[in-house]
Design a protein around this ligand. Structure first.
Ligand code: C5P
Length: 254
């Protein structure tokens, strides 16, 4: 039996550079692992793949990325997922879980076959991510260079990543001065995200931005007390609110 922590990520920025011939988008993104994690337990069994999860909304069949990862590794396993990272939130929760399985079986080279965020989740920390997501370069510097605390708020909205990228392709004016190329499109449909950004800034965040294709928003803080006050306030309104810090890896054996 092996137990691993699979850390969530935020996109400190996300620039779409163009549409690729394979239908994906060429990206340039600074990704950062944060101290919000799922716990993945893996035990070998005599036959098949079994996935268990404490969250009943999560499929336990082929649709689950840990199932896919075990299939690709050709392993007979029981995988238990203790879910803390909100689902489909722009925090790479599913990709982090799959990365933990690949890490356990030492098959990190197949990450991109499972999802665009998996190669980053295998490295973690702070990285410049390019291509479809498969080019991952660790960014040097102090942990606190980008902010010591991140307050994450995930409203109860489902955003399809595929939809967000498609909408991006349909807009003719690229928003060059936004930190996340997908943010204006997603906010246009879900104004609640702008409301959360405004609340975070009112609560003295140094910066507030949507992560990935949303709907999660993070506020950057360097002052612990301000971060705590913002967390306490937002937690009253949004159940999925977390006070996190940057971490220097994506997967870790517990
Ligand atoms: O790779 P993954 O399954 O996580 O991607 C989900 C969707 O996000 C893809 O179907 C695609 O529409 C979009 N995407 C993209 N370009 C990327 C990554 C994701 O267009 N670099």
């Amino acid at each position: 039996m092996i137990r691993l922590k699979a850390y969530a990520k935020i996109n400190l920025d996300l620039k779409i550079k163009g549409l690729r011939s394979d239908g994906y988008h060429e990206l340039e993104s600074i990704m950062q692992s944060v101290s919000l994690y799922d716990v993945i337990s893996i035990e070998e069994i005599s036959e098949g793949i079994e996935v268990k999860c404490n969250d009943p909304r999560i499929p336990t069949d082929e649709r689950n990325l840990v199932f896919k990862a075990a299939q690709l590794c050709k392993k007979n396993v029981r995988i238990t997922v203790e879910k803390n990272i909100p689902l489909a939130a722009g925090l790479a929760g599913g990709s982090a879980d799959a990365a933990a399985v690949l890490f356990a079986f030492n098959r990190t080279e197949i990450g991109a076959q499972i999802g665009s965020d998996v190669p980053f989740c295998l490295v973690g920390g702070r990285c410049l991510v390019k291509g479809r997501g498969e080019i991952v370069e660790k960014v040097r510097g102090q942990k606190s260079d980008v902010g010591k605390y991140f307050v994450l708020v995930c409203p109860d909205i489902q955003v399809s990543t595929k939809w967000a990228y498609e909408q991006y392709d349909l807009t003719d004016t690229p928003h060059l001065n936004v930190g996340n190329s997908l943010e204006p499109i997603v906010i246009a449909k879900y104004p609640e995200i702008q409301k959360i950004k405004d609340l975070l800034l009112e609560l003295k965040a140094e910066k507030a931005q949507m992560s990935g294709s949303g709907p999660s928003v993070f506020g950057v803080f360097n002052d612990k007390q301000k971060a705590q006050v913002a967390f306490d306030n937002l937690k009253k309104k949004y159940d999925s609110t977390f006070l996190t810090e940057p971490v220097d890896r994506g997967v870790e054996i517990v």
